[in-house]
Design a protein around this ligand. Structure first.
Ligand SMILES: Nc1ncnc2c1ncn2[C@@H]1O[C@H](COP(=O)(O)OP(=O)(O)OP(=O)(O)O)[C@@H](O)[C@H]1O
Ligand SMILES: [Mg+2]
Length: 274
């Protein structure tokens, strides 16, 4: 499957597709609103009365100490689990009672704190099986993929810098390259908004700049709105337009990177803890 041919020897041009929204031109209406969201696990209040906005076309950061509720909030937004109270909208539509697949089909996708790729399959095949979010069923895994999908997979592998490695087993890639592959797999689903849970975690510092560059280009060139959980302060301060900081399951502060960096509550609760 997917042996190289004459066509695939040539690196495809990177182009934004599908024709995208206006990239950085933020809309006045937030693309995601979170209002009064509470989520408990048994006796643990993982999120308490959280409200925030994700601006269309921008990069929004979500920070906070370990266990402050960041991943829980992601899981609530993408429909991984029901919330106990509150409301979440995506493009003006209430999504807090929808299921993961339904929300994904609307164009709201996430990546995971732990990488989820198939190590024994090559990069192109990993890309092709990542499509089911957008298509009907898991049977797509066994379907013949269209030339269009194959070309799209190759274009996106080129976009993340993995084109030359497209026929390597994903398990043979470095950890940083696997993160790039996972990012490209998410892009296969044509997200409007992508939620990234600690995209640079565990990546060699010398590869982090390449990943930051790709994430920024996905935002500016492909017009994808990004919501990013990140522990690396240099990364998030460098990328985000707006940052929200959680502590103990509650929203502690929000603002520009500069405001957050100088917010004493954030310094005490988070930055000071490192
Ligand atoms: N499925 C679950 N069952 C029980 N408790 C959970 C579950 N998921 C999260 N929690 C608890 O909710 C709290 C918030 O966890 P969460 O994973 O959202 O934090 P986080 O900010 O993403 O942390 P980290 O920075 O370590 O990834 C923690 O106390 C955690 O133990
Ligand atoms: Mg987490």
């Amino acid at each position: 499957m997917n042996a190289p041919d004459a066509r695939t020897q040539e690196a495809p041009a990177v182009r934004a597709e599908p024709p995208t929204a206006a990239g950085r031109q933020a809309d006045s209406e937030p693309i995601i609103t979170v209002r009064g969201v509470t989520k408990t696990f048994g006796g643990v209040v993982a999120n308490h009365n959280i409200s925030l906005d994700v601006a269309r076309g921008q990069i929004t950061g979500l920070i906070g100490p370990n266990g402050s509720g960041k991943t829980t909030l992601f899981n609530s937004i993408v429909g991984y689990h029901p919330i106990d109270a509150g409301s979440i909208t995506f493009e003006g539509r209430e999504i807090s009672r929808m299921r993961v697949q339904q929300i994904a089909r609307l164009g709201l996708l996430r990546t995971f704190q732990q990488t989820r790729i198939y190590g024994k399959m090559n990069c192109v095949d990993n890309m092709l099986i990542s499509i089911p979010h957008r298509k009907a069923t898991v049977l797509d895994m066994f379907a013949r993929h269209s030339r269009e999908q194959l070309e799209r997979a190759e274009r996106l592998l080129h976009f993340v810098g993995l084109y030359e490695k497209r026929f390597l087993r994903a398990g043979d890639l470095s950890f940083g390259q696997q993160k790039l592959l996972e990012f490209a797999m998410a892009l296969m689903n044509e997200p409007t908004v992508l939620l990234l849970d600690e995209p640079t975690a565990g990546i060699n510092p010398t590869l982090i700049n390449g990943l930051i560059d790709r994430l920024k280009r996905a935002n500016t060139e492909l017009g994808i709105t990004l919501l990013i959980i990140e522990h690396n302060m240099r990364v998030i301060m460098n990328m985000a337009d707006t940052i929200y900081c959680l502590a103990h399951g509650e929203l502690l502060a929000s603002g520009t990177p500069e405001e957050i960096q100088n917010d004493q509550r954030v310094i005490d609760a988070y930055l000071g803890a490192h």
